[in-house]
Design a protein around this ligand. Structure first.
Ligand SMILES: [Zn+2]
Length: 133
């Protein structure tokens, strides 16, 4: 009954659905920026909307505000190659993400940042540490 209600609510309120979708994108990377690994605060279009990029999961990646703002209207793969924090494993992950292979993308990201999995598990613990700092 509750599940039915939730579906109904989502259909009734696209904003709610959108918020859930955004959350799920951040969850894939453990809330870290796909480009630099810092905490993701926004959703970035790999292919900008101005170049016909769609707001689909394949084209939307978690990004920090700094990367998102710096990249602006550029194609992410070209922009990323010029960054100081460029990592070929992350570039491969972005490409895999764009192709809809999120599982491969996440594996590549974990390879690029082996601590991310641990961080993920201790997310609650880390959050309280942030508060204390
Ligand atoms: Zn970033």
């Amino acid at each position: 009954m509750h599940i039915k209600d939730a579906v109904f609510l989502e259909d009734l309120c696209p904003k709610f659905r959108f918020r859930q979708w955004r959350k799920s994108i951040h969850r894939f990377t453990g809330k870290s920026c796909i480009y630099c690994g810092k905490p993701s605060e926004s959703i970035d279009h790999v292919i900008p909307r101005s170049q016909g990029g769609l707001s689909t999961t394949e084209n939307c990646v978690p990004a920090c505000l700094s990367c998102n703002g710096d990249k602006s209207d550029e194609n992410a793969l070209y922009w990323y190659r010029r960054q100081k924090f460029y990592d070929p494993r992350r570039a491969m992950a972005i490409r895999a993400w764009l192709e809809g292979d999120l599982r491969l993308a996440i594996r590549l990201l974990q390879w690029a940042n082996p601590n991310s999995k641990v961080k993920n598990k201790n997310y609650e613990k880390n959050r309280s540490e942030y508060k204390a700092a």
